[in-house]
Ligand binder design. Structure first.
Ligand SMILES: [Zn+2]
Length: 72
C-alpha cells in the first residue's frame, strides 16, 4: 500500500493490545466500549491478545487501518 501523504510504500503489520480496541470521537470510555469496534469479543482474543492489521509509514509516522481488511 502506498502512503496517501508521501506516496512511499507502507509496511504491513499489526496494532496490538491486551484489551479490546475501538475508535470513538471522545476519549473517555465507560465499562463498555462505544464507537466502532476494531477487535472482536472472542475467547481466542482473551488468550492471544487483540490485533488489528494495518499499514505504517515510517516517513510520515502514520498508521492506516482498513476496517474491511479486518472484517469489521
Ligand atoms: Zn507517508
Amino acid at each position: 500500500m502506498k502512503c496517501p501523504y508521501c506516496q512511499k510504500e507502507m509496511t504491513a503489520g499489526f496494532i496490538k493490545s491486551s484489551h479490546h480496541m475501538a475508535w470513538d470521537q471522545k476519549r473517555e470510555s465507560g465499562f463498555f466500549l462505544e464507537g466502532i469496534r476494531l477487535t472482536k469479543n472472542s475467547i481466542e482474543n482473551v488468550f492471544k491478545g487483540n490485533a488489528v492489521s494495518s499499514h505504517y509509514c515510517s516517513n510520515c509516522r502514520k498508521i492506516i487501518v482498513s476496517l474491511e481488511e479486518n472484517g469489521i
